[in-house]
Design a binder for this molecule. Structure first.
Ligand code: CP
Ligand code: NVA
Length: 300
């Protein structure tokens, strides 16, 4: 059966552990300069409706390291949903490539592609979810504070946060989410986390969320496609959601999916401090996604 990765909870808790273990092994192999051509002669299609640095770089480099190949298709190449229906794109991709990673605006489009594809479809970010980011986040937490720790999310409750909520639920991480009331985690995502076993505590008070936290995670206040939303910025400013030295008076580590808007959701001095593990987190996209691709393509 074709396995897709539309969000983190497409994996069971055991499968998530398998992917993270594979990621850690593959990371070791890269560091020791050992070849690991698990996906020799296989091809990944990469379809982007939005810009990207980390996602494109990590998937393309990952496929090279696994002995395969990746093809980049930007917004002007494929004209998703414009040149032909999504269903036709899904069937076309299925005839050429072994797996497709897609970065789209509308999560429903991703689900439609997955429903018609005979190959694994991997979510490289939609407006609702960013599960590949969560794999890297969890690998980073496992390497630093461990899963038996308290984590606080401070900021917008959209894509990165929502997948992180599901990932923490699967990993059994004690999570508190602080968002403005109007930019919280979708109730349906909270229900899914609850169904897995551990829904986060939810608050609109960043200071309360970070008290006693071992790790604090934030993301931009204005996501790709929302650049003109002035009300959104105002809501985060009014609620004191900036991750700054005053907020972090204990000494948690700090995560950010990047790109960061310095001195908006996070101050320059926190981002550049020793407590920030953001470059380790960004590098872990590579290792985590290689583990995922090897899992989805039955190469572990
Ligand atoms: N974190 C992340 O997905 O980065 P890019 O948008 O650069 O791919
Ligand atoms: N929330 C951000 C994440 C970027 C990786 C966005 O959607 O733009």
């Amino acid at each position: 059966m074709t396995r897709h990765f539309t969000d983190v909870d497409d994996l069971s808790a055991d499968e998530l552990e398998t992917v993270l273990d594979a990621a850690a092994d593959l990371k070791g192999q890269v560091k020791r300069d050992e070849p690991h051509p698990l996906l020799g002669r296989q091809t990944l299609g990469m379809v982007f409706e939005k810009p990207s640095s980390r996602t494109r770089l990590s998937f393309e480099t990952g496929m090279t390291q696994l002995g395969g190949h990746a093809i980049f298709l930007g917004p002007d190449d494929i004209g998703l949903g414009e040149r032909e229906p999504l269903t036709d794109t899904a069937r076309t991709l299925s005839g050429y490539v072994d797996c497709a990673m897609v970065r789209l605006f509308d999560h429903e489009d991703l689900k439609e592609l997955a429903a018609c594809a005979d190959i694994p479809i991997v979510n490289g970010l939609t407006d609702d979810a960013h599960p590949c980011q969560t794999l890297a986040d969890l690998l980073t937490l496992r390497e630093t504070v461990g899963f038996d720790s308290r984590v606080a999310w401070v900021g917008d409750g959209n894509n990165v946060a929502q997948s992180f909520v599901l990932g923490c639920a699967l990993a059994g991480i004690d999570l508190t989410v602080a968002t403005p009331d109007e930019y919280g985690i979708d109730e349906r995502v909270l229900d899914r986390a609850d169904g897995i076993g551990t829904a986060p505590d939810v608050t609109n008070d960043p200071a309360a969320a970070v008290t006693g936290a071992d790790a604090v995670y934030t993301d931009v206040w204005v996501s790709m496609g929302e650049e003109h939303s002035k009300e959104k910025l105002a809501a985060f400013e009014a609620g004191d959601f900036q991750v700054n030295a005053d907020l972090l008076d204990d000494s948690p580590i700090v995560l950010h999916c990047l790109p960061a808007h310095r001195d908006e959701e996070i101050t320059e001095n926190v981002l550049e401090s020793d407590r920030a593990v953001v470059w380790q987190q960004a590098e872990n996209r590579l290792h985590a996604q290689k583990g995922l691709l090897a899992f989805l393509l039955d190469a572990l």
